[in-house]
Design a protein around this ligand. Structure first.
Ligand code: 5AD
Ligand code: FES
Length: 354
């Protein structure tokens, strides 16, 4: 049992976190366990203030291109894991990927996120020329890769080819929890080493974790926050865990939207400059999830640029939204959602501000 805190005590905790940019396990538990609405409102207001002091009212867009759902990994939570034979696999060719970028550019996107499963088909010989083509055609855009764990040499080649950013969620900063979420052949140490390699090479790095993943506790979340606070990734993707059919966790409960929002706010206080997406997973569990995310301190949205016919197959979790909506539709949808909460969607690469 944690001690019950009254509103004033909770506000003092929030002020302390903001001032010190640090948190204790006890403070985290207090903020996660409370049902004191005025304290939670205060948390969100503080987080918004901090976000606005760095990025103003801007919300940045990233166009997500899910170019292959082939994956040699078997993460226990993920719908496109290797052992899910019910998933129909696809790969997009380079011309199709370029076409997605062009559509996105016309809609005002200045960051392209190329994401795939860990698909050996896209070795360096394949992906380096693709990155070079995108770099040549869109010199004013940021290229973000999200291809999973690769060798340091491979990361270096992709960086030299013109990639700027890399997303690799750490998933959990607790090694035992990591082992529970992943098969034995995957290693938490290796994942952390990949993140350090990416950082050393010069990428803007995105880490992140699911909220409410099976086995997650206040203690594992506390380690996640400490990791983000000290590693200071330029980006941090967090969204609720959502059960995916045909996976070992198919019958586990979904993560909580409310808890995700609180963690977004806490992350903003701990790491004021971080680029923080209001994720699609948040929008999947709540029709206003993304607006709520922005109101809790997030400042990035990631509309989907993949061809609509492929999207249902990139089913990392069940019920994903926007499956049939083309980019111009999602763009205007997101724009009005963002404006409805007083923010402005901008045509900008949205680089990390130091
Ligand atoms: N629910 C929510 N997020 C998930 N991810 C994978 N599977 C799920 C799920 N079932 C997240 C992981 C991964 C990112 C691409 O999607 O954190 O890194
Ligand atoms: Fe895709 Fe609203 S963002 S339909």
């Amino acid at each position: 049992m944690t001690a019950a805190y009254d509103t004033e005590a909770l506000k003092t905790i929030i002020d302390t976190i903001r001032q010190r940019r640090d948190i204790t396990l006890e403070q985290l538990s207090a903020l996660l366990d409370t049902d004191d609405h005025s304290a939670i409102d205060y948390l969100r207001t503080q987080a918004r203030e901090v976000a606005q002091s760095v990025y103003g009212n801007a919300v940045f867009m990233r166009g997500l291109i899910e170019f292959s759902n082939v994956c040699s990994n078997n993460c226990r939570y993920c719908g496109i894991r290797r052992d899910n034979t019910a998933t129909e696999r696809y790969r997009l060719n380079d011309d199709t990927i370029l076409e997605c970028c062009r559509m996105g550019y016309e809609c005002g996107l200045r960051t392209f996120v190329l994401q795939s499963g860990e698909d050996g088909h896209y070795d360096d010989a394949h992906i380096v020329p693709l990155v070079q083509r995108i770099r040549a055609e869109f010199p004013d855009c940021a290229i973000t890769l999200s291809l999973g764990e690769r060798s340091r040499e491979s990361y270096q080649k992709l960086f030299d080819a013109g990639a700027n950013r890399y997303l690799l969620r750490h998933e959990t900063a607790d090694a035992d929890h990591y082992a529970y979420l992943h098969p034995a052949e995957m290693s938490w140490e290796h994942r952390m080493q990949c993140l350090r390699n990416l950082r050393d090479i010069g990428y803007q790095v995105g880490a992140g974790f699911m909220v409410g993943s099976p086995g997650q506790t206040h203690e594992t979340l506390f380690k996640d926050l400490q990791f983000i606070r000290t590693f200071k990734p330029e980006m941090c993707g967090i969204g609720p865990f959502i059960a995916a059919q045909n996976t070992p966790f198919a019958h586990e409960p979904n993560g909580s939207v409310e808890r995700t929002l609180r963690l977004l706010s806490i992350l903003r206080l701990l790491h004021p400059h971080v680029l923080l997406p209001a994720t699609t997973a948040l929008g999947t569990l709540n029709p206003f999830g993304r607006e709520l995310g922005i109101q809790a301190g997030a400042n990035v949205v990631m509309p989907n640029l993949s061809p609509t016919e492929n999207r249902p197959k990139y089913s990392i979790y069940d019920g994903k939204i926007c499956l049939g909506d083309d980019i111009s539709h999602c763009r205007s949808c997101l724009e009005s959602r963002i404006e409805s909460v007083g923010y402005k969607m901008v045509v900008d690469r949205g680089d990390y501000k130091n």
